[in-house]
Design a protein. Sequence first.
Length: 381
Amino acid sequence: MDEFPLLLHVGYFATAGVGIPPVSAARAVAEYVQLAVEDPEEAVAAAGKAAEVARTAFAELIGASPGEVAVAGPGTLAALERALTAVGCSAGRNVVTDDLEYPGLLNLVATFASRCGYELRVVRHREGQLSLDEFKRAVDGETAAVVVSSVQWINGVRLDVDALSELVERTGAFLIVDGIQEAGVRQPALKRVDFYAAGTQKWLIAPFGAALTYVGPRMAERQSLLSVNNAEMDVSPEAYFADGEKTPERLGLSKPRGAKSFELPGMGPAAGVVGAAAALSYLAKVGDVEARVRRLRDAVWRALEEGGLKVLTPEEADWSGIVLATTGARRGDEELYCRLREEGFRLHLRGMSGVAGLRFSAHFYVDETWVDRLAAVLRQR
C-alpha cells in the first residue's frame, strides 16, 4: 500500500470518476514542477521526453504503434473535439450517438451537429443495453460520424466495437470512440476505429488529465489543426528562432502529418503528460490488471445481490470495471450512499436516460477485504 496510502482507510470504488495515482507518479509531477522553477529550459526538454514515454507505453497498452498515438489535449473531450474538427462539416448529413453517453460528450456531439447543420441521431437504450440493430437503423450512407463510448460511464456496458466498426466501415462514416472507461483495464478493439481517446485520470491512474489517443489511418490523413507543431522544424528550435532569414512568406515550417497533427502545439499539458508517463510505467509493472479487475467486479456484483440490491448492469453485457445497482428507490439509494460514505467507502450516485443508481468501480489496487466489508454493511441494511 506504499503507492496508494489512501487505501489504508478508504474502500475506493470510485475509479470511474477519478483513479488514485501511485505516489511515484505524483512524485514525478512534483519533481517536474520543481525543475520548472530551477531550470525552465530543462523542464521543457523533460516534458518532451515524458511525452515520448507516454506515447510508447499507451501504444503498448492498447496494441498500437507509437506513431499512431498522439497527446491530443488535457482531457478526453478536448481530444474528441479535435477528431470532430477533422471530420468537418462536409462529410455527410447526420451524426450518430446514443442516449447513455456522458453528458459532456453528448453536448459536444450536439454542438458539432448544430454547427455543421447535421441531423443528430440518438440510439436509445433498452433496459440499459445498446443494440447493434438500433445502430444499423441509425447509420446510413450519409452519416458523417458515429461517436460512442466503448464502455458506458453510467452502467459499465461494453459495446461490441468490432461489430459496430464493421457496420460503420460499410457506410464510409468515421468511428470515434471515447475509451476513458476502458483503457487501463481491457485492450480496446481498434481494427476499424478511426479515433480512440482516453483521458489518463481514471483507469490509467495519472495524477492529472492528459488525453492519449489512437489515430487510425483514415483520420491520420485529415489535418485537424491550423497551427504547426515545433517538432516539424527541419532544424533545432534554437537554430530556427535565431535565424533572421525567415519571413512570413518563408517560415521554414511544415505541417505535422499523421497522429502528430492532432497534438497540441507547444508544450501542451506538460504536468499531465509527466504524470501520465510515470503512471503508465507503473501500470505496466502491475501484471494481469484485467484479471484482477474482473475478480473484483464479480465479487462486488455478488456482494450487491446478496445484500438485497438490484444490479442494473445487464448480466449478459460484456464486462467492465463498473457495476450499477439500486435499492429500488431514489431515496433508498441516497440513504445507502450516505451510509456507505460514513463507513469509509467511496462510490458514486449516477443517472442517465432513466438508468440510475449506485455506481461501484474498483481498480486493481482495491483489496478484496474491502469487498467483504461492503458485503457486511449491505447485510445490515
